[in-house]
Design a protein around this ligand. Structure first.
Ligand SMILES: [Zn+2]
Length: 72
């Protein structure tokens, strides 16, 4: 990533945003936590910020959350 891309990324997204790689790595755990405790978003603000900002990850999370809550 060059400096210009880095700058555009910072300007376009929440600075707390952890990015796709981290969000996907934490997605299962995060969905489990949200399913049992809605306040879990406060523990992982970077993941919450990413899911709100990134369409594909947000959709993945919604699908995962539905699967988790349907099985509960
Ligand atoms: Zn993403």
């Amino acid at each position: 990533m060059n400096h210009r891309e880095q700058l555009e990324r910072v300007l376009a997204t929440d600075p707390a945003d952890v990015g796709c790689e981290q969000a996907i790595a934490l997605l299962h755990m995060y969905a489990d936590m949200i399913a049992t405790d809605k306040d879990a978003a406060r523990e992982y603000p970077g993941v919450a910020a990413h899911l709100a900002a990134c369409g594909p990850c947000g959709e993945d999370f919604q699908g995962l959350l539905e699967a988790v809550t349907a099985g509960a």
